[in-house]
Design a protein around this ligand. Structure first.
Ligand SMILES: [Zn+2]
Length: 241
């Protein structure tokens, strides 16, 4: 399969990533950019809209400034606008960090049905052992300027604490410590993981095992191969990676 074949195939599916924090969703999303995937993450959408001082950005700002969580209603608006834009631009998208709850899942389902996109979406479930996920989270670094994620263990920057792309300083989030990591895993299990049982009824779900590390490029080729080969059960291929 050459690169052109892969590009033609991936136009057909948008990807929705579900998995515990530290399971490699962010890295995977970054790798998809080389296949012209548009990454949609609520964190980045918020940052973009705040920086552009858009109408929704201004509404969100009031909540952020008063230390409150941005309500689902506004997050939904941000997601919907962005998905509509990818539709107009005919760009496949990858959703990372949304949906995080059953309520958000139902919203997303309605939105995809409304835009006639349900059949063009597929879920990827990331699987990782708790201890490995915790280690990933506490060794994570990110670039303040371009948001590129690094990991001191699995994908360190070329130069210590410096972004490969823009040479800016890399920082660790204050929340990337062991106690917070454990809390986030618990929240994932309680709030987010139950989505998968519902999603099974409406979408194809492919599993990605992050426990042993994998060659992302190879995995992406593999996933698109499965998505584009009808009547193949992904589970049959699972052990071959
Ligand atoms: Zn950078």
């Amino acid at each position: 399969m050459n690169e052109k074949d892969i590009e033609n195939m991936i136009e057909k599916k948008n990807l929705i990533l579900i998995g515990p924090p530290g399971s490699g969703k962010g890295t995977f999303t970054q790798e998809l950019k080389q296949f012209h995937y548009e990454s949609i993450s609520t964190g980045n959408l918020l940052r973009e809209n705040l920086a552009a001082n858009s109408f929704i950005g201004q509404e969100c700002k009031d909540f952020i400034n008063s230390g409150k969580l941005v309500p689902d209603k506004l997050i939904f608006k941000l997601i919907h606008e962005k998905i509509k834009r990818t539709l107009r631009e005919k760009t496949p998208f990858v959703l990372d960090g949304f949906p995080q709850s059953i309520i958000q899942y139902h919203y997303l389902l309605r939105l995809l049905e409304k835009e006639d996109m349900k059949g063009r979406c597929c879920f990827l479930e990331f699987i990782i052992d708790d201890e490995k996920a915790i280690n990933q989270m506490i060794s994570r670094l990110f670039c303040l300027k371009c948001h590129q994620i690094y990991n001191n263990v699995t994908c360190p920057p070329l130069k210590r604490n410096t972004c490969d792309k823009c040479q800016c300083k890399l920082v660790r989030r204050s929340t990337d410590n062991r106690d917070d990591a454990i809390k986030r895993l618990k929240v994932y299990r309680k709030e987010t993981k139950p989505i998968l049982a519902l999603a099974k009824k409406n979408f194809e779900i492919l599993k990605i095992n992050s426990n042993f590390g994998y060659n992302v490029q190879l995995y992406i080729n593999f996933i698109f191969h499965i998505l584009c080969t009808s009547n193949n059960n992904p589970e049959n291929y699972y052990d071959k990676i």
